[in-house]
Design a binder for this molecule. Sequence first.
Ligand SMILES: C[C@](O)(CO)[C@H](O)COP(=O)(O)OP(=O)(O)OC[C@H]1O[C@@H](n2ccc(N)nc2=O)[C@H](O)[C@@H]1O
Ligand SMILES: Nc1ncnc2c1ncn2[C@@H]1O[C@H](COP(=O)(O)OP(=O)(O)OP(=O)(O)O)[C@@H](O)[C@H]1O
Length: 294
Amino acid sequence: MDNNTTAWLTVPAPAKLNLMLHITGRREDGYHELQTIFQFLDYGDQLSFQIRTDDTLTLTPEISGLNFEDNLIIKAARSLQSHANARGKNCGANIRLEKTLPMGGGLGGGSSDAATTMLALNVLWQLELSLEELAKIGVKLGADVPVFIKGQACWAEGIGEKIIPLPDLAENWFLVACPNVHSDTKEIFSHKELTRDSQILNMRHALEGQAANNSRNDCQLVASKLNPEIGKTLNLLNKFGSAKMTGTGACVFLSVASENKATQVANKLPAELTTFIAKGTNLSSAHKVLFGSV
Ligand SMILES: C[C@](O)(CO)[C@H](O)COP(=O)(O)OP(=O)(O)OC[C@H]1O[C@@H](n2ccc(N)nc2=O)[C@H](O)[C@@H]1O
Ligand SMILES: Nc1ncnc2c1ncn2[C@@H]1O[C@H](COP(=O)(O)OP(=O)(O)OP(=O)(O)O)[C@@H](O)[C@H]1O
């Protein structure tokens, strides 16, 4: 049987920024309680999907150094396959990946790839799982997956699964700089010097602080200690405004007044530093493509 006859569906897997990130506690299972503001960027990876009539999954190209079954794209597809199988459906897909986001950058690339895979295959395989159901499956793959599945800029608490949408956040331009280091999320969260007792904030106060550019990321100090390149990059960007790290790093970002301004700043940075310019978006580009604007 020919498995390659259906059309390809192309869906973006956008990056996210944590505009602020506080750690307020540690759960018994070792995971940390956070308070964070998520916003998407109009920049990221891109995935294309073609359904197959058998239950095979293929991925082209694979990510070098990462086993096929460890790739979050494949893990996400497998978790949906189990749901399909339970309903007596036999589902497979050919998947193409255009990887743009640095791994271990704090931009959520792996989680976003997983969420886009679940959103797209849910449609293509006609599984009709709700976003809520997909988010419940997705959180097992990574703490940030539910946010990418829900697709809205948000305030998040718990380990990131308690989400309140923030449709009115300012959609600013950002200059993002990616020091050439891999920041290890597990290592940062297990570091003895990590701040774990930030005061629990009320969301409105956090948003006011954010709007006044008075916010912080509790992981920044430890990440800079483990990878001094992160601290150096923050210092470089701080000459032009108030830079912050996203997630557990390594990327850092600066909010700027316009795309033009971002280009001007980027031109003043050392040529060897990888940067990109992107606009914050309150609706994920994956949702825009799959469900249209709301
Ligand atoms: C810090 C953030 O980047 C904020 O967006 C994310 O919460 C991290 O999410 P992620 O990369 O999807 O992280 P996961 O793959 O779920 O977790 C990696 C490791 O980080 C630690 N971890 C992660 C998230 C969290 N809230 N508490 C933790 O302690 C755990 O040791 C976990 O084994
Ligand atoms: N499709 C994928 N893309 C990127 N990383 C993946 C993927 N699948 C599995 N991984 C694993 O996940 C790790 C974290 O990658 P990712 O790019 O999501 O980091 P991150 O941006 O720091 O994430 P976060 O902000 O959620 O901490 C990688 O080092 C890699 O081992």
